[in-house]
Design a protein around this ligand. Sequence first.
Ligand code: CP
Length: 324
Amino acid sequence: MSDPSPTAAADELPAEPWDRRHLVGLAGMSGEDVTLLLDRAVEYRRLSEAGDLPSPLAGATVGNLFFENSTRTRNSFRLAAKRLGAETVEFTEVGSSVAKGETVADTVRTIEALGVDLMVIRHGSPGVPHRLREFVTCGLLNAGDGTHEHPTQALIDLLSLRDAFSQDGRGDLAGKTVTVVGDILHSRVARSNIHGLRALGARVLVCGPSTLLPRHLPGAEFFTDLDEALAQSDAVNLLRVQFERQRGAFFPSPAEYYRLFGMTQARLNRSGRDPWVLAPGPINRGIELSSEVADGPRSLILKQVANGVFIRMACLATLMEGRR
Ligand code: CP
């Protein structure tokens, strides 16, 4: 059996209608499908706050397979699974038999053989979750595949924006303008955000150094002047500069990046817009944003983390139903 990594360039992977058996990306997902998952997350949040969570995953086992580092995604998937009644199997590449030469495909099939119903997977190569559908029968959830997609992070960002725009978590994103700032070229979060925001009718701007903007990104308008983009924005999503994925120098120095693209309170004030501030994390203070902004009243960063559990509950429960 061949190993499914590496597979395709991020831009070559197909957009597919959602089959509710797997969640490999938001490309191809309709606004109704996105809304269904967001509404379901809101309902799980309500039930959780009421101490009345159901157990739709009772008797099920969720595999959490992380071939790349994670703090937020891995822990929130685990909490979501457990709080809905599932058992979990935890796999991280460090300390695993990958070091003895086991391939991704054999690792995944081995974990599935332990009795896994749903498998969460993060891998550094674009398309690995897509390809793995040929290797396993369990439901697959993409927790980030290289520079391609990070669908549950985008759903978190959408829910956090809906919360910001309304009291009941059901704010309308149609007609809102959201600017995604930073290392767009290497960002799976940017791609999933663009798909999700466009599906809900929002306008999407991307802004960063020209060296970190891809040549084609359907659905987004391109900016290299952050102040110009900010003057039109209801919210900004600040991406981490992904030094680990970069081959070469894309800008002169972190200090130069911060001067041109770092979010400071002075820059927010200058915009005259008071936009909401999101960041998928991990954040680098003094590169993407100042501490004043990260910890300020318009920051949604920790609300995004909290929403991660409810979004992942919604995704796990929906995929479990798709298997029945
Ligand atoms: N946003 C995000 O994916 O964070 P982690 O890498 O910590 O999971």
